[in-house]
Write a new protein. Sequence first.
Length: 133
Amino acid sequence: MEVTKCICKKVGINSKNIVQGSDIEKLSDAGVFRLLKKTNIFVKLSPIQKARIVRLLKESGNVVGYMGDGINDSPSLTNSDVGISVDTAVDIAKESADIILLEKDLHVLLDGVTERKKNFWEFNEIYKNGNKL
């Protein structure tokens, strides 16, 4: 957990409330849901716990992105709204993902979202103006 706190501090993420997988194991879905409202970092989760969190987040109306590269990440990659993996991941993780990053840089995601928004707004303007741009 200390490594997690250190990384969070370096990237500016509040790590005041970190929950371990063992802490949620015996909780009901309602209990886990309450934790989700006040927790932004979970550590040492089993694949079942990861999938449970993805499910609960989606059921409560959230759009869920999940990033993983291992065999055990496949259920969460599949069940999230957007599954993200890397080109060095195991085959099942890549097959389960919606997006595969070819570079080891999360700015690629930001660039992709920015480009998608730009294209959407350009299409919208063309549509509204009847192709008169």
